[in-house]
Design a protein around this ligand. Sequence first.
Ligand SMILES: Nc1ncnc2c1ncn2[C@@H]1O[C@H](COP(=O)(O)OP(=O)(O)O)[C@@H](O)[C@H]1O
Ligand SMILES: [Mg+2]
Length: 417
Amino acid sequence: MTSSTSNERITVEYRILHKVSQILQKPGDLVEILQNTMKALTEFEGLKVENKAGVFLADNNQKVLKLLTTIGDFSQEFIDKEQIIPFGDCLCGRAAASGELLMSESCDTDSRHERTFSDMTPHGHYIVPLKSFDNLVGILFLYTDTHPTWYQHSQEVLLSIGGLIANTIERKQIDEELNAHRNNLEDIVASRTQDLVKSKEQYRKLNNQIQMIREEEKSRLSREVHDQLGQSLTALKMDTIHIDKNLPADKADLKNQVKSMISTIDETIKSVQHIATELRPPILDAFGICEAIAWQSNEYKKRHGLEFDLNCLQDHVDIDKNLQTALFRIFQEAVTNILRHANASRVQVRMSREKETLTFVIADNGVGIKEKDIDNPESLGLIGIKERVRPWDGQVNFESSPGKGTMLIITLLLKIS
Ligand SMILES: Nc1ncnc2c1ncn2[C@@H]1O[C@H](COP(=O)(O)OP(=O)(O)O)[C@@H](O)[C@H]1O
Ligand SMILES: [Mg+2]
């Protein structure tokens, strides 16, 4: 071989390797990539391969080859018979068992060519192991004319190509596995998320129901304490006054005792009224949220000396009873927080309506709330506030800076369709 033909050969080898590696690097379906690779090889004239070839994948556990894809004109009989080939069987099985490249001059004379087909025409073979390092990934079989003048370097080139194909198959298999894992993971995440959303919804419904039951219970208790106990005590007081009046003037001791009874009864009546209003102020049901807030503010002022600026709904607004209860409880929770945490002297309360949106603001002049407290899952009081307005699509926000007080801003929709 002259040096110029040797150069030509190297150029062609380089071109075919370049082309094959380009095809193998393309993204897409493995079968399509392999078919394109085989077609490219038929264009490599020095190899003299026909447009007839195929790829098996190796199952190294079962020690069999499984037909993956072919190009060219194969009979159905061939395709059916060649689906599975045990290692060691025929040419391809032999190449799989040895891991070495096989060349066969003719199917008619080569005793290793054990498998025959009714439409078999004389041909030769390149059987190329597809190996990634020592791992047999599959077998590439190429058809050639019988007794080809074996291109002396084709073995090396074909082995290199086999290595490239093996790498691609491995990469695709890993990709597939990864994808399967990823899809599986996504499915798991989706189903867990769904479960979570469902149990969150259930929890909310339950929480709402518990709140409603608690309010009903408090209402009932408040009424019973106020009416039953209140009436009995009033009757008791009347009777005691009657006794007092009818006691002879000389029974000073008894008279004093009865007077003391009357004042005890008075205190008990006050305490009963207090308990009843604490449970649920009757003013809330009788006069509505603004009057209830005004009354409650006055109580806080009397008890804790906290000053209130109230500005509640200048025009009449029809507010759902449950929402009034929710707003009142939020007010109580907010002021309790101010008393416990804010070290404030003044509270501004504003409730206003703009079309369907109700805004409720409670602002203090205390130390300010910390960012971490606002979103803390352990701030159960604040979570309770959020949960209470959720049925009205309520949003709860805080504005605060250290030493500048805390502003709790609630907006919600009066009518939820
Ligand atoms: N008006 C406020 N000013 C300052 N800090 C506040 C105020 N309201 C709440 N906080 C802070 O937010 C935290 C969470 O409040 P909350 O959920 O009601 O829990 P709790 O009152 O039981 O501590 C409080 O512990 C407090 O540190
Ligand atoms: Mg609290």
